[in-house]
Design a protein around this ligand. Structure first.
Ligand SMILES: Cc1cc2nc3c(=O)[nH]c(=O)nc-3n(C[C@H](O)[C@H](O)[C@H](O)COP(=O)(O)OP(=O)(O)OC[C@H]3O[C@@H](n4cnc5c(N)ncnc54)[C@H](O)[C@@H]3O)c2cc1C
Length: 377
């Protein structure tokens, strides 16, 4: 297990990588809209993809706090790179690691840790987003396994993934208790992937539909005990929400740093705009919300690391930090004046990429509903 005092060393090392390899090229990478494979290979070489997994099982022996620190630093550089990395470390590989056979781990998990294979997580369907009880992709029992039919959408990494973790319904009468995760390699007959979607932000993170048509898989491709899909999802939901909050912190830091730099350089009416109180108020609010986001997010990750239930804390952190990231990106475009509207500056990218954070791990309407219930309403 990596100790707390090593956390800052790892943060510094990732930060150096981000400053050297990502930030100077972020705009160019974003403009190209291509999957940033070279950067991801470098991230894999640093052992990042295995950060949450134990050393003795092929991982890097870190914890959720460290995972989130890395996600935060990468998001400070480019949200797309951070999003792909976050998926590869957690949702794309977690159930394969815990429930896959040795052979599945050899063929898919370890190569994924080395950045040789990519993964993704398929929950959402055209008619089932927030309401997972409406998932209709079916996995019907056959003599020697399951037959999968259905359509998943908004699959982050779908166009480039080598294998999919897919939420299916095995018994519609049982609704949530009929949900199960399945491992499905991309080259299984009957699997097809759509063209990547055109999206507002994170344009190098590819998203698509993934269709399953009479896809036959063996019994041991079911990841976990029959009927435990929702319970298994709950084991990582607080971590997913904390990770999304960490991505939001990274974006807030980038927007704040650019805003301060610009406010010091840009002059209006004979003074730097940073001398005006209305600009100072924006920066003060961004800095305060950033600090609050940090406190909430890393409180939740420390609780996860100590095995303390923290769905409320993680949900509040995701809700707060993501709203703060959207506000910070908005304020950044205002501080930049007309140049906030120009594709030459980062401000527009922060604004577009901030929207990426809103849906994953639960929309804010769903989170607010849950928080109000936990608060006693
Ligand atoms: C960039 C991006 C990446 C994504 N990546 C993935 C991925 O990798 N894998 C995957 O499976 N999915 C992914 N998704 C899908 C995401 O998980 C869903 O968008 C999310 O679950 C919401 O579902 P929906 O879009 O169908 O909205 P809906 O559930 O249809 O909701 C529409 C609106 O109604 C609100 N609403 C719904 N129910 C309630 C309620 N009970 N009370 C109040 N308001 C409500 C919602 O908050 C939202 O504002 C991604 C989405 C985006 C945008």
């Amino acid at each position: 297990m990596i100790r707390a005092n090593a956390e800052e060393l790892i943060r510094k090392s990732i930060a150096r990588f981000v400053d050297r390899e990502i930030i100077p090229r972020a705009q160019e990478i974003d403009n190209k809209k291509e999957f940033p494979i070279e950067i991801l290979k470098q991230i894999a070489e640093m052992g990042v993809f295995g950060i949450r997994y134990p050393k003795e099982k092929g991982g890097a022996g870190g914890n959720t706090t460290l995972y989130c620190i890395i996600c935060e630093e990468l998001a400070r550089g480019l949200m797309s790179v951070a999003a792909i990395t976050a998926m590869q470390c957690l949702m794309g590989t977690n159930f394969l690691f815990h429930f896959g056979t040795d052979q599945m781990r050899q063929t898919y998990f370890y190569p994924a840790m080395r950045g040789e294979k990519f993964s993704c997580f398929c929950l959402t369907e055209p008619e089932a987003g927030s309401d997972l009880g409406a998932v209709s992709t079916s996995a019907k029992k056959t003599e020697d396994g399951y037959m999968v039919n259905g359509l998943k959408t908004w699959v982050t990494n779908g166009p480039i993934a080598d294998f999919f973790t897919v939420l299916c319904q095995t018994n519609p009468a049982k609704k949530f208790r009929g949900l199960n995760f399945f491992f499905i390699p991309r080259d299984t007959p009957g699997v097809s992937v759509s063209q990547p979607f055109e999206t507002l932000g994170t344009v190098t993170t590819k998203m698509s539909e993934v269709a399953f048509s009479n896809v036959h898989i063996p019994e041991d491709y079911r990841l976990g005990q029959e009927g435990q899909g929702l319970d298994n999802l709950m084991t990582i939901l607080a971590e997913i929400r904390s990770m999304t909050a960490a991505l939001a912190i990274g974006l807030q830091r980038a927007a704040l740093a650019d805003s301060i730099r610009y406010a010091q350089e840009r002059e209006a009416f004979g003074r730097p705009i940073g001398k005006y109180q209305l600009i100072q108020a924006k920066v003060a609010n961004m800095a305060t919300q950033l600090e609050a986001s940090r406190l909430m997010t890393y409180r939740a990750t420390r609780m996860i690391d100590q095995g303390i239930p923290c769905m409320t804390e993680a949900s509040m952190a995701k809700y707060f930090a993501t709203e703060a990231a959207c506000t910070a990106a908005d304020e950044c475009t205002r501080i930049f004046g007309a140049y906030g509207y120009s594709m030459e500056y980062n401000a527009q990218r922060y604004y577009r990429d901030s929207r990426f954070l809103l849906n994953g791990g639960g929309t804010h309407e769903i989170l607010q509903t849950n928080i109000a219930r936990w608060a006693g309403l």
